[in-house]
Design a protein. Structure first.
Length: 468
């Protein structure tokens, strides 16, 4: 044990099991070893360790890391957490000098450093994965800049749009998700090591040099706050939850569009499942899991915020509850995002089915706009178009099949050729403002999206994480 000198006996076994965080914080082994190596060099720079002692510690820690990498590291029942496990094994490999490694630091600043390092790498990985999904959406949109489909509000037919426009509407939320993850990474990249338990280290550690060694951009300005701050973990969980919500909002309409009632798309067999009873079934399970896992991610951020809300200053054992939701949120998105990227890349589109569900009543807004261009105030034009829709319903005909005589008889503001002016292509082309669904506007948007995604690819390295 790393503590116990003032205790007369051993911790109760049940209390030890409750207190023990090793079953989940063992994932921090690489970060713990990296932080310990950097700390050993910082102690040497401060004159606390000799060069030989620092070299011995560094060699021992490298050996510990090698055991983890090849799966040879053996945990002991007495290992309370990843920190005690690494230090115990270091002692077995390097001898008594291992007892000097913890000079001037605490597990309080140590675990805060480890988790920040882990979150930084997790953000890099998820930034790359969101980019892959966004890229798949852009590629899927490319051939469909003029493919007509009904757009919906309240799940009711609203106005004609294009399939490319619909797909691109899910690229920009992913771009915001990436921005948030990058912001979380920057928030996490502040070094708490050197804060010790709560009052700061008593040795002359150059914290700025230590931060540079570990890839942090700054050091924490207050030792009390340094060991207590889990804002970055909450921010990570919020970013993960909002990403999950965006994935759910992508999944839900795709589930609907793949049903026979819509028939807009068909999922590839590689991203569908069947029924154990009904041979004909083809189920969109990956999409349903995306929808369901959003609730799991929302629960994680809520749980951590509830944990943090009443804590006194400095470190408290409650903060042990920060890691499991962070790890699980990462695992959830890390598993989900590549599957959705593959699903989007392989789904098949049926433009004829999309066109078949274009209700001519969806051109009512264009009828109102047509009247506005003749100088009729929009509110009156809106009412007139609505009356025309109602008349067509009463006659049992499509709006575009309403006889000109009936339209003119409805109100003197109408002219005989108003219905003839209604056209699907014209309805699209009219919405040519930036961000609109006109094919020309969609082409511009697609070019921007493609350039943005390409720029992401130039920057992303696809960091590896997920030591489960």
């Amino acid at each position: 044990m790393l503590w116990g000198g003032r205790f007369a006996g051993l911790l109760d076994p049940a209390a030890h099991a409750l207190n023990r965080s090793l079953p989940f914080d063992r994932r921090l082994w690489a970060e713990d070893v990296a932080g310990s190596r950097a700390w050993a060099h910082a102690l040497a720079r401060a004159g606390v360790l000799t060069g030989d002692e620092a070299a011995a510690l560094d060699a021992g820690l490298q050996a510990v890391a090698d055991e983890f990498r090849c799966g040879a590291f053996a945990f002991a029942e007495a290992d309370e957490d990843i920190h005690s496990a690494v230090e115990r094994r270091l002692g077995e490999l390097a001898g008594p000098v291992a007892g000097k490694l913890h000079t001037g630091r605490s597990r309080n600043d140590q675990v805060a450093t480890d988790l920040r390092l882990w979150v930084m790498t997790a953000c890099d990985r998820l930034v790359d994965a969101t980019g892959q999904l966004a890229s798949a959406l852009v590629e899927a949109a490319t051939p469909h800049g003029a493919t007509l489909m009904p757009g919906f509000t309240h799940l009711q037919p609203a106005q004609p749009i294009t399939w490319a426009h619909w797909l691109l509407a899910h690229v920009w939320p992913l771009a915001r998700d990436r921005d948030r993850l990058n912001q979380v990474r920057a928030s996490a990249a502040v070094l708490p090591l050197g804060a010790a338990a709560l009052a700061g280290t008593a040795f002359g550690i150059d914290r700025a040099a230590l931060a540079a060694d570990l890839g942090f951009r700054a050091v924490t300005p207050n030792s009390l706050d340094a060991v207590a701050d889990r804002d970055f973990a909450a921010e990570f969980l919020f970013a993960a939850a909002l990403t999950g919500i965006h994935l759910s909002r992508l999944a839900e309409p795709l589930i609907l569009f793949a049903t026979p009632a819509f028939g807009f798309i068909a999922l590839d067999d590689r991203f569908s499942t069947g029924s154990s009873l009904m041979p004909q079934k083809k189920n969109p399970d990956p999409l349903e899991l995306a929808r369901g896992k959003a609730g799991r991610l929302i629960g994680h951020v809520t749980a951590l915020l509830a944990t943090l809300k009443g804590l006194p200053s400095a470190y408290d054992k409650d903060l042990q509850e920060d890691k499991e939701p962070v790890f699980d949120a990462f695992d959830t998105l890390d598993a989900l995002l590549p599957v959705l990227a593959g699903l989007v890349a392989t789904l098949r589109v049926d433009p004829a089915r999309m066109a078949a569900q274009l209700d001519p009543a969806m051109l009512a807004t264009d009828l109102a706009d047509h009247l506005v261009r003749r100088g009729i105030p929009f509110r009156r034009a809106h009412a007139l178009a609505g009356r025309a829709v109602r008349l067509a319903e009463d006659r049992g005909v499509a709006l575009t099949a309403l006889p000109a005589a009936d339209l003119v008889a409805l109100d003197a503001a109408f002219e005989p050729d108003d219905i003839a002016a209604l056209d699907w292509s014209a309805a699209l082309d009219a919405r040519s403002a930036e961000g609109g669904t006109a094919p020309a506007a969609v082409a511009r948007q697609l070019a921007v999206a493609r350039a943005v995604v390409a720029a992401w690819g130039d920057k992303d390295g696809g960091a590896s994480i997920g030591r489960r």
